[in-house]
Design a binder for this molecule. Sequence first.
Ligand SMILES: Cc1cc2nc3c(=O)[nH]c(=O)nc-3n(C[C@H](O)[C@H](O)[C@H](O)COP(=O)(O)OP(=O)(O)OC[C@H]3O[C@@H](n4cnc5c(N)ncnc54)[C@H](O)[C@@H]3O)c2cc1C
Length: 547
Amino acid sequence: MTLATKPRGPLDGQHFHVAVIGGGINGVAVARECARAGKRTLLVEQNDFASGTTSRSTRIIHGGLRYLEHGELGLVRESLRERERLLRVRAHLVNPLHFLLLLNDQSQRSALRVRAGLWLYQRLSGKKSSSGTSEMELKRLERALDTGRRWSFFSYEDAQCEFPERLVAEWLGEAMEAGAVVRNHNEVLAVDVMHGRSRGLLLRDLITGRDERVDAGWVINCTGPWADRVCQRSSLRMAKPMVGGVRGSHIILPRFAAAPNAALYSEATDGRPVFVLPWNEQIMVGTTEVPDSGDPSRTTPSAEEIEYLLRAVVQLFPKSRISAQDIKYAFAGVRPLPYTPDNSPSAVTRRHFLHDHADDGAARMISVIGGKLTTAASLARECARKIGISVPEPKLLAVGPGTTLDPLLDQAIVQIAQTGSVSEESARSMVEWHGKGAMDVARLAMVSAELRAPICPHTPHVVAEVVEAYRTECAVTLGDVLLRRVPVALGPCWSESCSREAALRIGAVMGWNEHEMGANLESFEMERSGFLRKVLRGTPALQAAAD
Ligand SMILES: Cc1cc2nc3c(=O)[nH]c(=O)nc-3n(C[C@H](O)[C@H](O)[C@H](O)COP(=O)(O)OP(=O)(O)OC[C@H]3O[C@@H](n4cnc5c(N)ncnc54)[C@H](O)[C@@H]3O)c2cc1C
């Protein structure tokens, strides 16, 4: 059995009410909002949806406890509201996460200040702190921490979206259902600006090499850290840059023996916050703040940043003997923060701004600057209103149509396992990533043993999920599939041999010939190694950290 993907029709000469550039979480959210309001909407992404900053973040869905230090009460309120909505409406993707904030005698923040901050955070969220971590777990953690220090623990609740790539895929699906035309691997060469107004987009399909032009009533630039580049290419008269890029890096470690189940929030040597989080059966440590004005597509963690993060974990858990050898991979992203050259990166606001380009010679063009995963949906509503679309504020805890899981989750898993003739473990994994869409995957899995096979020997995720990604979720390359729609390649066991095995199993059902198989595998490995960096242990900075 072989399965073909849908061909992409030409766009040249088409007219759209709204053209959105950039398919990160913000662009997809804006396109979804406009399409749902009945506007003919185009969404164009140069690489793949969620492949930019969105998949390079710490993946916490948070009110932003830290923003209280900068007095950003409005941002905290908005973020907490959005966190609650996501927890409720996307319960399969956004999960509550219990945090322990750790202070010791050398911490820059005092216990009094932290207690006051947490009191306010809880008041704003309207939630009581749960006990979260048992006494036994706290004792175990205390034993594992640096015993030369006196530690204080503070509990609070936030949330985590382990795979924002999947959240983006779901919102993308909803945008398409509402009529949006979406194109990944399609670069905007320039916004067509004439007589002081944006008129449309000049595009290049990076798969076919075809150049096209579309008309648009409004252009929304949601390219995150690329936002200024889009304006430069379109010859806009900008007085100053809009974005001050700040790189943030993470390292991924295997779960070590003393690793707690809770997320830890502590201070690095310089007093900056550092997170040690359970993520994807591994431990994520982040992050850094380094001004970065380079090409965001090429951003990569420096040896110094990796060393800084490694040192932060080693100082917390000296007995665990974690070293550079243990780092599975490191990755970096560029925060598209508003340009404020005089502020230190930590002090720059995390609020978003909508920049109207009317004064830059391009009326009817808006650039979205800043924002967070957490607030992408509220940003999208604000953006839609700015271009005259009437968008009601959703009821605080309204449940969206068809998005939450059946409350009888276990029953749903049994049903999916039966429908797809797959193990309950596979059914559970499908539900976690595809929510209600898991039933469609199960129906496809039922068709053949090849479709029910795991993608590689270490994962319960099955080949049918991959085929569904190619057929209905706009995946074009193997990287689109294995790094974002069915992101098994971010998992703890993934290796080159998994890539080969997966390509063979996927190629068999997609009908790839030997040449296609080789080409798919090669470009996937190139993308994977460019994103998830192997750590070079020989660098002096890392040797020093290991000593
Ligand atoms: C280190 C780090 C940690 C973070 N942690 C968190 C967190 O824990 N919680 C949270 O809520 N937020 C977090 N954030 C913030 C959050 O990730 C970003 O604000 C958010 O992902 C920005 O999304 P975006 O859609 O604006 O940008 P992006 O995701 O970067 O999307 C922009 C897209 O535009 C595309 N593009 C660029 N140029 C063109 C062109 N010419 N044509 C077509 N497409 C183009 C790019 O390929 C890209 O996919 C973090 C950010 C970083 C960097």
